[in-house]
Design a protein around this ligand. Structure first.
Ligand SMILES: Cc1cc2nc3c(=O)[nH]c(=O)nc-3n(C[C@H](O)[C@H](O)[C@H](O)COP(=O)(O)OP(=O)(O)OC[C@H]3O[C@@H](n4cnc5c(N)ncnc54)[C@H](O)[C@@H]3O)c2cc1C
Length: 392
């Protein structure tokens, strides 16, 4: 008698392999010496890239979730899958990625190689810290499957990938961990009159996972001025307890609600995208926060990728630059920047920022490395230290 062993092949595998083969063929057709670029329909890079005639790699077919395993709480996801599509696939199972960056068109591959952060980062770190395995198209045209396992010959590539911004290769498939979520998130906006008090509260919540006896599942903050800052504490809840969930995708604006309400309730879906509708507060540059304009602005066009298109148009036509010249205003540069500050220097940094820069509001989001035993060489943290991401 002969025993045969058949290897288990997931249903998505043949189609995915065919897409990889087509991408490799595209790669091989790029003339020697030409730069390799991604041709993605969306981007969240603020800096303009140098123009090139070389055709980019068409990776549009790599936007899609291959499989959600609700028992193992993992997902097999293609590298160019936007978080909007990723969450759409996981929420019906009551699951979500451990860290969902706030903008809908950020892709999983982009967030792992280019970093992302959210209000779960104080407990579960950044998106790359819940990746289990990746397929990476490398600069020499191979597709390598990499993990962090001791015996994986390519584990260096796995660990160096975060913060490499595509220079080490492109992630085509990622297996990620998921966590259970509830239908709703209950929010408490706690006001602090000084950065010092807010910092002390962050330290306390990081140590206990609680605030005034209630569990904190989500944590971020908004600084409106040196005297007015809020931590928003989110708690996973199963039911509405008689409240109607708020809707910030229409006339109401989420960041303003932080100053107006002490508590709030959102569906988990709307909580995850609370910052996308008005691109934090940046939509005000397009007038969409003025009621007279917002009323007529299509609801489905209140999204960060629409604002990106407006910025691209402005850059192409130099409309703002011309207007500034007519109004005799000095030339301006748009800056969107995040930095990470050790929590014990947050007060000092915010004092400096208010005095020297003066941009408001400011977003703050605490984070800590999820696994203190791991080293991410291109994005190294002291694993014992809490940092606070400051975005402006
Ligand atoms: C205005 C602005 C706001 C932001 N807001 C947030 C935020 O709210 N939350 C947050 O977490 N982060 C935010 N970010 C950071 C963002 O997560 C990173 O810039 C991320 O890399 C963007 O992902 P993307 O998919 O849009 O990638 P892109 O912008 O398309 O590309 C970013 C870089 O990653 C590379 N890259 C893209 N996909 C892959 C891949 N599959 N494999 C390898 N390399 C790849 C590209 O070559 C490029 O170098 C913001 C950035 C900006 C500029």
């Amino acid at each position: 008698m002969t025993a045969t062993t058949t290897e288990f092949v997931p249903v998505w595998r043949p189609d995915y392999d065919a897409r990889v083969a087509r991408l490799k063929a595209q790669y091989e057709a790029i003339p020697q010496g030409q730069p390799i670029r991604l041709a993605k329909p969306t981007s969240n890079l603020f800096r303009q890239r140098a123009a090139t005639d070389a055709p980019g790699l068409d990776v549009s077919s790599f936007d899609g979730v291959l499989e959600v395993d609700p028992i193992a709480r993992t997902a097999e996801v293609q590298g160019m899958t936007t978080y909007e599509h990723l969450v759409e696939a996981t929420l019906p199972y009551g699951l979500a990625p451990l860290c969902v960056p706030q903008l809908k068109t950020i892709t999983l591959g982009g967030a792992v190689t280019g970093l992302g952060i959210e209000s779960t980062s104080f407990r579960d770190g950044l998106p790359h810290e819940s990746v289990l395995e990746m397929d990476i198209l490398t600069g020499d045209g191979r597709v390598l499957t990499v993990t962090g396992a001791e015996d994986d010959p390519h584990r260096d590539l796995f660990y160096a990938f975060p913060n490499s911004y595509g220079t080490l290769g492109y992630a085509l498939r990622l297996k990620i961990e998921l966590e259970p979520v509830t239908p709703y998130v209950h929010l408490t906006h706690v006001r602090f009159d000084s950065a010092k008090d807010m910092t002390a509260a962050i330290v306390d919540i990081m140590a206990t996972g609680e605030w005034e006896g209630e569990t904190v599942d989500y944590l971020d903050g908004t600084v409106f001025s040196p005297e007015e800052q809020y931590l928003t504490l989110g708690r996973k809840v199963m039911d509405r307890r008689g409240s109607t969930p708020s809707d910030y995708t229409g006339m109401d604006i989420y960041y303003r609600s932080i100053q107006e309400k002490q508590t709030d309730l959102l569906t988990t879906h709307d909580y995850l995208w609370r910052w996308d509708t008005d691109w934090f507060w940046c939509s005000r540059a397009f007038g969409t926060q003025k009621p007279a304009i917002r009323r007529f602005w299509p609801k489905d066009k209140l999204r960060s990728d629409v604002y990106w298109k407006l910025i691209a148009w402005d850059r192409r036509t130099k409309f703002s630059t011309k207007m500034d010249k007519i109004r005799r205003r000095p030339a301006r540069e748009e800056v969107v920047q995040d930095i990470e500050v050790p929590v014990d220097r947050l007060t000092e940094f915010l004092d400096f920022f208010h005095t020297e820069v003066g941009i408001e509001p400011i977003w703050v989001c605490p984070l800590k490395q999820r696994d203190p035993g791991v080293r991410w060489p291109l994005y190294e943290f002291d694993p014992e230290v809490t940092y606070v991401n400051v975005g402006f």
